[in-house]
Design a protein around this ligand. Structure first.
Ligand SMILES: Nc1ncnc2c1ncn2[C@@H]1O[C@H](COP(=O)(O)OP(=O)(O)O)[C@@H](O)[C@H]1O
Ligand SMILES: [Mg+2]
Length: 148
Protein backbone atom coordinates (compact mmCIF):
# COMPACT_ATOMS: atom_id res chain seq x y z
CA UNK A 1 0.00 0.00 0.00
CA UNK A 2 1.48 3.33 -1.03
CA UNK A 3 0.09 6.75 -0.12
CA UNK A 4 1.12 10.26 -1.07
CA UNK A 5 0.63 13.03 1.48
CA UNK A 6 1.25 16.76 1.11
CA UNK A 7 1.15 17.91 4.74
CA UNK A 8 1.79 16.64 8.25
CA UNK A 9 -1.98 16.56 8.80
CA UNK A 10 -2.44 14.21 5.85
CA UNK A 11 0.28 11.94 7.20
CA UNK A 12 -1.50 11.89 10.55
CA UNK A 13 -4.66 10.79 8.79
CA UNK A 14 -2.86 7.81 7.25
CA UNK A 15 -1.57 6.87 10.70
CA UNK A 16 -5.07 7.15 12.08
CA UNK A 17 -6.45 4.95 9.30
CA UNK A 18 -3.86 2.27 10.05
CA UNK A 19 -4.92 2.25 13.70
CA UNK A 20 -8.60 2.05 12.75
CA UNK A 21 -7.93 -0.88 10.42
CA UNK A 22 -5.98 -2.82 13.03
CA UNK A 23 -8.77 -2.30 15.51
CA UNK A 24 -11.44 -3.25 12.96
CA UNK A 25 -9.54 -6.47 12.20
CA UNK A 26 -9.42 -7.31 15.90
CA UNK A 27 -5.62 -7.06 15.94
CA UNK A 28 -4.91 -6.00 19.52
CA UNK A 29 -1.15 -6.49 19.57
CA UNK A 30 1.11 -5.26 16.81
CA UNK A 31 4.60 -3.95 16.23
CA UNK A 32 4.79 -1.11 13.73
CA UNK A 33 8.33 -0.40 12.54
CA UNK A 34 8.81 3.12 11.19
CA UNK A 35 11.55 3.74 8.63
CA UNK A 36 12.73 7.02 7.22
CA UNK A 37 15.22 9.81 7.78
CA UNK A 38 15.09 12.51 10.43
CA UNK A 39 12.21 14.96 10.03
CA UNK A 40 10.36 12.88 7.46
CA UNK A 41 7.21 12.48 9.57
CA UNK A 42 7.53 9.33 11.68
CA UNK A 43 6.33 11.11 14.82
CA UNK A 44 3.55 12.84 12.87
CA UNK A 45 2.34 9.45 11.65
CA UNK A 46 2.47 8.11 15.23
CA UNK A 47 0.49 11.11 16.46
CA UNK A 48 -2.29 10.26 14.03
CA UNK A 49 -2.13 6.58 14.97
CA UNK A 50 -2.49 7.52 18.64
CA UNK A 51 -5.38 9.90 18.00
CA UNK A 52 -7.55 7.00 16.84
CA UNK A 53 -7.40 5.62 20.39
CA UNK A 54 -8.09 9.01 21.97
CA UNK A 55 -4.44 9.57 22.85
CA UNK A 56 -3.05 13.09 22.49
CA UNK A 57 0.21 14.80 23.39
CA UNK A 58 2.46 12.34 21.54
CA UNK A 59 6.04 13.61 21.54
CA UNK A 60 9.25 12.10 20.31
CA UNK A 61 10.67 9.75 22.97
CA UNK A 62 14.25 10.58 22.01
CA UNK A 63 15.58 10.94 25.55
CA UNK A 64 13.38 8.41 27.29
CA UNK A 65 13.55 5.80 24.47
CA UNK A 66 9.98 4.73 25.19
CA UNK A 67 6.82 6.69 26.01
CA UNK A 68 3.80 4.78 27.18
CA UNK A 69 0.24 6.00 26.61
CA UNK A 70 -3.13 4.62 27.50
CA UNK A 71 -6.31 5.53 25.66
CA UNK A 72 -8.84 2.99 24.41
CA UNK A 73 -5.73 0.91 23.76
CA UNK A 74 -2.15 1.04 25.01
CA UNK A 75 0.53 2.60 22.85
CA UNK A 76 4.26 2.09 23.37
CA UNK A 77 6.17 4.64 21.33
CA UNK A 78 9.87 3.91 20.91
CA UNK A 79 12.76 5.88 19.51
CA UNK A 80 15.66 3.50 18.95
CA UNK A 81 18.04 6.19 17.73
CA UNK A 82 20.36 5.69 20.72
CA UNK A 83 20.02 1.93 20.92
CA UNK A 84 23.15 0.21 19.68
CA UNK A 85 22.93 -3.34 20.96
CA UNK A 86 20.54 -5.93 22.35
CA UNK A 87 21.59 -5.28 25.97
CA UNK A 88 20.14 -1.76 25.69
CA UNK A 89 16.85 -3.29 24.55
CA UNK A 90 16.82 -5.65 27.49
CA UNK A 91 17.30 -2.77 29.96
CA UNK A 92 14.26 -0.87 28.66
CA UNK A 93 12.05 -3.98 28.92
CA UNK A 94 11.54 -4.21 25.17
CA UNK A 95 10.39 -7.85 25.18
CA UNK A 96 7.65 -7.18 27.74
CA UNK A 97 6.33 -4.25 25.72
CA UNK A 98 6.34 -6.22 22.49
CA UNK A 99 4.38 -9.09 24.04
CA UNK A 100 1.88 -6.89 25.87
CA UNK A 101 -1.58 -6.19 24.49
CA UNK A 102 -1.23 -2.89 22.70
CA UNK A 103 0.66 -1.28 19.84
CA UNK A 104 4.41 -0.79 19.74
CA UNK A 105 5.32 1.96 17.28
CA UNK A 106 9.07 1.99 16.75
CA UNK A 107 11.01 4.91 15.28
CA UNK A 108 14.56 4.17 14.07
CA UNK A 109 13.57 0.53 13.85
CA UNK A 110 16.53 0.10 11.47
CA UNK A 111 18.67 -0.07 14.63
CA UNK A 112 16.88 -3.13 15.99
CA UNK A 113 15.93 -5.02 12.83
CA UNK A 114 16.95 -8.39 14.23
CA UNK A 115 14.76 -7.91 17.32
CA UNK A 116 11.52 -7.15 15.45
CA UNK A 117 8.75 -9.78 15.67
CA UNK A 118 7.93 -11.82 12.54
CA UNK A 119 4.54 -10.17 12.07
CA UNK A 120 5.89 -6.59 12.25
CA UNK A 121 4.20 -4.04 10.01
CA UNK A 122 6.62 -1.77 8.18
CA UNK A 123 5.86 1.88 7.50
CA UNK A 124 8.43 3.59 5.28
CA UNK A 125 8.25 7.35 4.72
CA UNK A 126 10.24 9.14 2.03
CA UNK A 127 10.33 12.69 0.79
CA UNK A 128 8.51 13.00 -2.48
CA UNK A 129 9.68 15.72 -4.85
CA UNK A 130 8.75 18.06 -6.39
CA UNK A 131 6.20 18.78 -3.66
CA UNK A 132 7.88 20.72 -0.83
CA UNK A 133 5.92 18.85 1.83
CA UNK A 134 5.30 15.69 -0.18
CA UNK A 135 5.82 12.30 1.43
CA UNK A 136 5.45 8.80 0.04
CA UNK A 137 4.25 6.38 2.71
CA UNK A 138 4.52 2.65 2.10
CA UNK A 139 2.78 0.23 4.48
CA UNK A 140 3.71 -3.45 4.34
CA UNK A 141 1.80 -5.95 6.45
CA UNK A 142 1.92 -9.72 6.53
CA UNK A 143 -1.73 -10.08 7.51
CA UNK A 144 -3.84 -11.66 4.80
CA UNK A 145 -6.18 -9.28 2.95
CA UNK A 146 -5.19 -6.35 5.15
CA UNK A 147 -5.83 -2.85 3.86
CA UNK A 148 -6.37 0.53 5.44
N1 LIG B 1 3.62 15.36 4.33
C1 LIG B 1 4.17 15.49 5.56
N2 LIG B 1 4.08 14.47 6.45
C2 LIG B 1 4.66 14.58 7.67
N3 LIG B 1 5.32 15.64 8.13
C3 LIG B 1 5.44 16.69 7.29
C4 LIG B 1 4.88 16.67 5.99
N4 LIG B 1 5.16 17.84 5.37
C5 LIG B 1 5.85 18.56 6.26
N5 LIG B 1 6.03 17.90 7.41
C6 LIG B 1 6.81 18.40 8.57
O1 LIG B 1 7.94 17.55 8.75
C7 LIG B 1 8.23 17.42 10.13
C8 LIG B 1 8.14 15.95 10.53
O2 LIG B 1 8.60 15.84 11.85
P1 LIG B 1 8.54 14.50 12.65
O3 LIG B 1 7.20 13.87 12.53
O4 LIG B 1 9.02 14.81 14.04
O5 LIG B 1 9.64 13.62 11.87
P2 LIG B 1 10.46 12.36 12.36
O6 LIG B 1 9.74 11.76 13.54
O7 LIG B 1 10.50 11.43 11.17
O8 LIG B 1 11.84 12.85 12.70
C9 LIG B 1 7.22 18.27 10.88
O9 LIG B 1 7.78 19.52 11.12
C10 LIG B 1 6.07 18.35 9.89
O10 LIG B 1 5.28 19.50 10.06
MG1 LIG C 1 10.45 11.25 15.47
Amino acid sequence: MVYLTKSAEETEIIGKRLAASLEAEGIKRAAIAMRGELGVGKTAFTRGFASHFGISGVKSPTYTIVNEYRGRARLFHFDMYRITDENDLYSIGYDEYIEAEGYSVIEWSENIDSALPDDTLFVTIKRCEPFPDGREITIEAKYEDFSI
